[in-house]
Design a protein around this ligand. Structure first.
Ligand code: IDP
Ligand code: MG
Length: 136
């Protein structure tokens, strides 16, 4: 059965700063993700706080929001069969130290906070996150 999904991907400031965005986009395309929408933007801290609201009680919340708003990011809607899980697998573990070979975070991640990419963690959150960045 076909299960075409869309997911939200963000190339985070640490990767854009190192000019890795084209290289990371090529990885997605090589794994048969279609980039349906994309934009390079810089967001306000208040927007990062809304985006990461689920983490608002975490000790790292403030630093996380400061970081996501610290420089340009590339936000993309990716489409593929089972895109949400496929993207999470391709990204690798949150902490690059724990990420498997062949994953984006293993290859490019610097630390648990500067881990180069974000990806939606469920189909439900993917819809919310796509709307957050691409609702007209
Ligand atoms: P995920 O990005 O793999 O889905 P989440 O648990 O949703 O991971 O956390 C969101 C982001 O918050 C992570 O990508 C990472 O940048 C940051 N983060 C998560 N845990 C920590 C931590 O323990 N210290 C610092 N930053 C963290
Ligand atoms: Mg997450």
């Amino acid at each position: 059965m076909s299960n075409l999904e869309q997911t939200l991907s963000i190339i985070k400031p640490d990767a854009v700063e190192r000019n890795l965005d084209d290289e990371i986009k090529e990885i997605f395309k090589s794994k048969d993700f279609i980039i349906l929408k994309e934009k390079k933007i810089q967001i306000e801290k208040s927007e990062a706080e809304k985006f990461y609201k689920v983490h608002e009680t975490k000790p790292f919340y403030n630093d996380l929001c400061t970081y996501l708003s610290s420089g340009p990011i590339v936000v993309m809607v990716l489409e593929k069969e089972n895109a949400v899980l496929a993207n999470r697998k391709l990204m690798g573990a949150t902490n690059p130290k724990d990420a498997e070979d062949g994953t984006i975070r293993k290859k490019y991640g610097i630390s648990i906070d500067k881990n180069s990419v974000h990806g939606s963690d469920s189909v439900e959150n993917a819809k919310i996150e796509i709307d957050f960045f691409f609702k007209d």
